[in-house]
Design a protein around this ligand. Structure first.
Ligand code: SF4
Length: 369
């Protein structure tokens, strides 16, 4: 019997380019078709990544106090979200935070700093951290996420040992002015191109659930395809109180799965990460989504707390996947320190507010790793 989504997977495996019509068919599939969509997308996921899950670990080097006004961001200009605010971590603290994630199974550490973009001095500071990190963990990949880059900065990061550079497109070009007035979509595209031309692996993704139409979403995904991003994080809006998108809850778990599937059909060979907000939006469908996405962030996010790191590792093992680069399932370093009330694997209640991060980088409390 003909199955539209299996046929779509066949075509993508033969090297076809996803059309807008097929992309919309994925987003507009019915709940009764959801498992067909997942089964078809999982063939692409397994063709490129088998049953591995790449674990990434975020270290927020500098939090809050940003002069930009991205509406979705708790670190934005004028944000009243009660997040941790701190300036650059000391190199030894950054290394200690990264080491926690690596001990829990992360094969990529993402060094992130708030702000429009780094000064040359900031780049030197991060280069020094990367030098130390690579000294201690030569096999671990480092991704830097420092904002819009100026001439020569990508090259300096590459020379220091940085492997990848993240700068998300976030949404479609047509909608960009609705989510930010202090820089433009083209600035973001330029930075990803700059990173690529310096030999850094491009990482660029999305934030969904900000009121975009399905057509906007398809445009944004096709723009990422055009960029040929090696790695695509898909973030699900965490509507922090004190930001313009406070109270915005537009996603269902099933729609989040369809969005991940769309990205997989459009960019079959890309590393697709179920990123920020997965706990509150995918909820109990997180393990199902691992059949499409092949990567996640372990533990906490930049300014909010994720599910316990051990719950992430358990979920990967329970769903029949293995952590990339690991043999037996690793044990979480911080398993005994997890917050009360967040039992491993417990889904976040629908509409639950993002829990503001109060541990890890910038605090004296053990990280969630
Ligand atoms: S997304 Fe980045 S540039 Fe935009 S407000 Fe947040 S920290 Fe600043």
């Amino acid at each position: 019997m003909f199955n539209y989504f299996q046929d779509l997977a066949d075509r993508q495996l033969s090297g076809a380019t996803l059309t807008s019509q097929d992309a919309l068919a994925v987003l507009e599939s019915t709940d009764a078709q959801l498992l067909d969509v997942v089964a078809a997308a999982s063939r692409l996921r397994r063709a490129y990544f088998d049953n591995s899950v790449k674990v990434n670990y975020l270290v927020n080097l500098k939090s809050g106090l940003c002069p930009e006004d991205c509406t979705y961001c708790s670190q934005r200009l004028g944000s009243a979200a009660q997040i941790l605010k701190y300036t650059w971590l000391k190199p030894e603290e950054a290394l200690a935070q990264a080491a926690s994630g690596i001990a829990a199974g992360a094969s990529r550490v993402c060094l992130v700093a708030s702000g429009k973009g780094p000064t040359d001095r900031d780049v030197e500071r991060v280069a020094g951290m990367v030098d130390g990190l690579k000294d201690q963990h030569p096999d671990v990949e480092v991704c830097a996420c420092l904002g819009i880059l100026k001439d020569g900065q990508a090259e300096r990061l590459k020379a220091s040992g940085v492997d990848a550079y993240n700068h998300n497109l976030n949404t479609s070009e047509a909608r960009y002015q609705d989510i930010c007035s202090t820089h433009e979509f083209s600035d973001r595209v330029r930075t990803v191109e700059h990173a690529k031309s310096a030999g850094l692996s491009p990482c660029s993704g999305l934030i969904v659930g900000m009121g975009e139409s399905n057509e906007d979403l398809v445009d944004a995904v096709f723009a990422l395809r055009e960029l040929d991003s090696d790695s695509i994080p898909v973030n699900f809006l965490m509507p922090f109180d004190g930001t313009p998108l406070e109270g915005t809850w537009l996603l269902t778990p099933a729609q989040c799965v369809r969005i991940l599937a769309l990205v997989r059909f459009a960019c079959p060979a890309a590393e697709i990460r179920m990123a920020g907000g997965r706990e509150m939006h995918l909820r109990s469908l997180q393990p199902l989504a691992l059949n499409i996405a092949n990567s996640l962030f372990l533990g906490d996010y930049l300014t909010s707390e994720g599910q316990p790191g051990q719950a992430d590792l358990d979920m990967i093992a329970d769903a029949g996947f293995t952590v990339l680069g690991q043999g037996a399932p690793p044990q979480s370093a911080g398993a005994s320190m997890h917050d009360a009330g967040a039992s491993p694997g417990a889904p976040v209640a629908p509409g639950a507010l993002p829990a503001i991060r109060r541990r890890g980088a910038g605090t004296t409390v053990a990280p969630n790793a």
